[in-house]
Design a protein around this ligand. Sequence first.
Ligand code: C5P
Length: 317
Amino acid sequence: MSRSTYKLLAPAKINLLLQIVGDQFDDNGRSNGYHELVMIMQSISLADQIHLRSLGVDRIQLHCDHPQVPLDSSNLAHRAAALMMQKFPGLSGVEITIHKQIPIGAGLAGGSADAAAVLVGLDLMWNLGLTQTELQSLGGQLGSDVPFCLEGGTALALGRGDQLDFLPGLENIYVVLGKYRSLSVSTPWAYQTYRQQFQASYAKTPAEQDARRHASGSGSLLKAIAQRDIAQIGQRLTNDLERVVLPAHPQVAVLRQTLQAQNLLGVMMSGSGPTVFGLAESAATADQAKARVRAAIADPDLELWVAQFCSHGIRLL
Ligand code: C5P
């Protein structure tokens, strides 16, 4: 039975690994503007809440309690509803209310998580019975991170980030996150700047790309994940985009160093940044690290959170 209102939880993600293999090519061998990646993605308990309400009229209404979130079709959650209405015409309109906890422009896939929640919610509201594969395919049309956000947990992600291999969940790992409220990084800017600076070193042929994937740090990190060896996981965190984001934003580099000076198991930037995170084995260690970073950087613009790894993506509340 479908209902006229749904509440969904949309967790953020961090990247335990993000390595750039080279340009992605279409079937005609032309670059399509994306990068071939090797990533390991992890959902965390920092999450938005999405409320959906069926509207009699064929319209999308978007509300959000965060003043900087756009409420028009530039919002990925709005685009998700528009895509669903285009694919399944004649169904109801929808009012979407986003209760924002995940910071925006942060490298934590907040917008992608909200879009994933709209796909899941409308599938239920309209009683469509879409399969996970169908939802993933719709998600891929919205953004590279949306397919991961649907299912969540821990996954190896290849291609542009949408070829997913889900791994057994990691639990009881805590994460301290820091981000300057007023600082956001545009994902296209991060990838374009990386391309300008490092394209000469990109793998050029499919064979070279394959070799690069095999030589990536994913093998040893996957082994550490399989063994649930948190110390090794912490040591093997990698993010190629740090090479362009940290030099452009020295305050993020300082925040990273400050986190690194704490008793944490590994520190890294997530996605295209500028959020940096550190891993901890206990909530107490994570809380202590957060308090020490707060004491070391007395800037009210700095926001800090403690969250936990979680083994799910979009969930009904
Ligand atoms: O897929 P999404 O819309 O999130 O990507 C935003 C931008 O990030 C793309 O337009 C592209 O510039 C860059 N990107 C990339 N390679 C990827 C994913 C994103 O170059 N695998």
